[in-house]
Design a protein around this ligand. Sequence first.
Ligand code: SF4
Length: 209
Amino acid sequence: MAPKKEYYKLLSQRVIKGLEKRNMEGYYAESKEDAVKIVLSLMEEGSTVTWGGTMTLEEIGLKERLDKYIVYDRAKADSPEKADEICRKAFTCDNYIMSTNAITYDGELMNIDGMGNRVSALIYGPKNVIIIAGVNKITDNVESAYKRARSYASVPNVIRLDRNTPCKATGICHDCTSPDCICCQVVMTRFSRIKGRIKVVLVGEELGY
Ligand code: SF4
């Protein structure tokens, strides 16, 4: 195995141990393709699936492999009301897929959200939450996870979503309270009351923001 890949695997194994003591499950996939196989194996065929805004999901090509599931895709809604309805369905869905803005060596998850639908579903509702994260999301502790979420993750997302916020112009966080701010909710997940509800698939590649 190439040294970098070996390093990613070792790093992920450490994170997986941290997740286990926090009642979450961890998996390691060497590649995007392996990640798709693992995610599909975690979801019962015929069950319902939806997801929160995630570039990682686009990058691994999972959406094209969901023909055996009942999919709720808010991007296909033809009105804001229908999109909102699909967001609400997430709370009773069998499987909710998302990434994480950061994950620590010790298995804590850090997520920042604008509307709050993604972090709400992470906290409560869907039976299974499946998180797919490239190794670039791994940080050494909660402080660096927060820093990563506020800078490396939020600013590119603001640019992608074309929001009118100060960071879009300068590339750095201004701790704004602008109407377009995407950093409204900051959620650190340190333990899952329901054992195994949250499953994290770490991928030995750089994915998402
Ligand atoms: S400037 Fe506002 S929107 Fe941009 S990263 Fe900071 S808090 Fe988030």
